[in-house]
Design a protein around this ligand. Structure first.
Ligand code: SF4
Length: 370
């Protein structure tokens, strides 16, 4: 994986922020606490793992000569890249042995209604990431539309068309096929033969204010002959994009700010590529907007530090609760958070030199909430 070519700031004594964790705090301070302070494990969903696979294929695709970047070539990369991921982490294969999604509202399924009135515990896995209890399929009347919605919410859409009693090989084949379908969505919106990315999978970072370290990975950076930059982010999740577009834009503005501060140029375009829908969302930031965004991040970091000092991370229910893996511990859903851990007050995420905390391993790509 290529590391950032921008200035690597000396690790400051103060806090650091990644786009995902900053967005977590904005979305729900308690979610931020569960993920960043309690460090509760979250099993990756099939959709997340598929997202990791598709990102890997798209990165490899640009290793090929331009003329060879065809849909067939991309499809041919799916199985080898999946094998590489499995070699890195054999536990990924467990997604093929987990219970299938069931219709919301059925016994044991994720049919609770959250405080925001959304169908609730779809992704409920508990603190240890355990999967929800299996439901006897014969005991419930399954509505296909409800199952599809449930699969989106649980992140298991990649497996939705595969009967639970199918052989594991059939489930793997269906999973790989769904990854190939997402790649078709990519080719519907871009022609990689006409592109030569300047950078891929790049860690970028900068320090703002006195000591706030910002850092994150960008999927792709295109630079025109005139020096104009375009930041590209691939979105592969099965969840409806409207629910997460705000978070996605926040993430891209974060990257734009870091690039501006490190390279002195405001990116011309921030581009979201929604592969499932084969849609492109372009946004052009302005310097004044990024200045305001920088102040927002500084204020956000101060709010996080204050919440740590006061040990006060409140739940903030929203429709995104449906994708939260920690509902069992959330007071909004009748749960009780674990005791607040003892932590140094000034460090949210240790500033290790080469590891971006949201991308430890390959499992957190395209997390609907991450
Ligand atoms: S369930 Fe909702 S309110 Fe509770 S921690 Fe998760 S996102 Fe926050």
């Amino acid at each position: 994986m290529a590391l950032g070519r921008g200035r690597r700031p000396e690790a400051p004594a103060g806090p650091s922020l990644s786009p995902s964790r900053a967005a977590d705090f904005k979305t729900c301070p308690l979610l931020f606490r569960f993920r960043t302070i309690d460090k509760l494990p979250e099993l990756p969903s099939a959709d997340q793992i598929r997202g990791t696979l598709v990102h890997a294929v798209l990165e490899r695709l640009f290793d090929l000569p331009a003329a060879g970047r065809t849909p067939e070539a991309a499809a041919a990369l799916v199985a080898p890249e999946w094998d590489k991921l499995l070699t890195q982490d054999p536990s990924l294969a467990e997604i093929f042995t987990t219970p299938p999604p069931v219709a919301a509202g059925t016994a044991g399924a994720a049919g609770e209604t959250g405080a925001a009135g959304e169908t609730g515990a779809a992704g409920e896995t508990g603190a240890a990431g355990a999967l929800p209890p299996a439901v006897d399929p014969a005991a419930v009347a399954v509505d296909p539309a409800a199952v599809a919605a449930e699969a989106d919410a649980t992140g298991q859409a990649a497996l939705i068309d595969v009967p639970a009693d199918d052989a594991e090989a059939a489930r793997v084949a269906a999973f790989l096929s769904s990854a190939t379908a997402l790649l078709s969505g990519y080719f519907a919106v871009e022609d990689p033969q006409r592109l030569q990315p300047a950078e891929r999978e790049t860690l970028i970072s900068t320090v703002i204010g006195d000591d706030l370290l910002l850092r994150g990975y960008i999927d792709r950076l295109d630079v025109s002959p005139a020096g104009d930059m375009r930041v590209v982010d691939y979105k592969t999740g099965g969840a409806p994009r409207e629910a997460f577009e705000g978070r996605a834009l926040f993430q891209l503005k974060f990257y734009a700010l870091v690039l501006w501060r490190t390279r002195g140029i405001v990116p011309r375009v921030l581009r979201l590529l929604y592969l499932k829908d084969a849609e492109v969302c372009d946004y052009s930031p302005e310097a004044g907007e990024l200045e305001r965004f920088e102040r927002t991040l500084t204020a956000l970091s101060a709010a996080i530090e204050r919440a740590k000092r006061e040990r006060d991370f409140r739940p903030k229910p929203s429709r995104l609760c449906g994708w939260c893996r920690h509902q069992q511990l959330c007071p909004e859903f009748g749960g009780t958070p674990p005791p607040f851990p003892e932590l140094p007050l000034t460090i949210v995420q240790p500033a290790t030199p080469d590891v971006e905390p949201d991308r430890v391993g390959a499992l957190l790509r395209d997390d609907p909430l991450g």
